[in-house]
Design a protein around this ligand. Structure first.
Ligand SMILES: Nc1ncnc2c1ncn2[C@@H]1O[C@H](COP(=O)(O)OP(=O)(O)O)[C@@H](O)[C@H]1O
Ligand SMILES: [Mg+2]
Length: 228
């Protein structure tokens, strides 16, 4: 039996009258890459936010390393996100006033690292994503693909156990999207991190080890997703 790092059981989430998740079961093992696919509005982002402890589920259970994160306080969940999780969104959300190296160093500075140490680590991570030459450029001077590589470096710089990526290539053309994801898969494989990869694109889902398909807030038991 595989030891699961993160497990969701019967997760429900409503926004007013909208039942976004109707009892979703999900699990991911250490080092595994799982694609969550399905049509727009099926609940992918909501599931990702619940799993990452950003949203609180209305019912069901989410366990991370045998701890029920639903029982955690807001502060405890935010500590867990800083220490064990990394997030990457569709638009990298880099701080525009900061250079690439400063953006990537930020989570380390927030965690108490010294400036020089954080900059050195940040440049190392930019290098692993093939963008070390952009270290002193601001996001406005980079392409979308370059920005996403920096955002991926920032998501990984604290060496999280789980990366939550919500349509990380959704704003990129197919080629740069696949390049960013190819780089990310290589880096997370080296790192042994698990990835919850939300996408509606078949070519992106194909990078995952496994795919779960959501339809209308529930896992599609046929599992017929977007993977070609
Ligand atoms: N903040 C919100 N307030 C109200 N309804 C929302 C909110 N976020 C998502 N929804 C609704 O919940 C459902 C699932 O949305 P979402 O998780 O964003 O789906 P996906 O990421 O698969 O496109 C949709 O019907 C969406 O309109
Ligand atoms: Mg979404």
């Amino acid at each position: 039996m595989t030891a699961h790092l993160l497990t969701a059981t019967g997760v429900q989430k409503n926004y007013g009258p909208t039942q976004a998740l109707r009892g979703v079961d999900f699990s991911i093992a250490a080092g595994e890459i799982v694609a969550v696919t399905g049509p727009s509005g099926c609940g992918k982002s909501t599931l990702l936010h619940c799993l990452a402890g950003i949203l609180r589920a209305d019912a069901g259970e989410i366990r991370y390393r045998d701890q029920d994160i639903g029982l955690f306080s807001e502060a405890a969940r935010s500590r867990l996100r800083r220490s064990d999780f990394g997030v990457l969104f569709q638009f990298g959300q880099l701080v525009p006033e900061l250079t690439a190296a400063e953006n990537v160093a930020l989570p380390l500075l927030l965690a108490g690292s010294g400036r020089q140490e954080a900059r050195k680590a940040a440049i190392g991570w930019l290098d692993r994503f093939g963008v070390a030459d952009l270290a002193d450029k601001r996001p406005g001077a980079m392409s979308g693909g370059q920005q996403q590589r920096c955002a991926a470096a920032r998501a990984l710089v604290t060496e999280p156990q789980v990366i939550f990526a919500d349509e990380p290539t959704g704003a990129l053309d197919q080629l740069s999207g696949e390049q960013v994801l190819g780089a990310m898969v290589q880096v997370v494989r080296d790192q042994g991190a698990a990835v919850v990869l939300v996408t509606h694109e078949a070519t992106i889902a194909a990078y995952a080890d496994r795919e779960i398909v959501l339809r209308d807030g529930a896992v599609d038991p046929t599992g017929l997703g977007v993977t070609p």
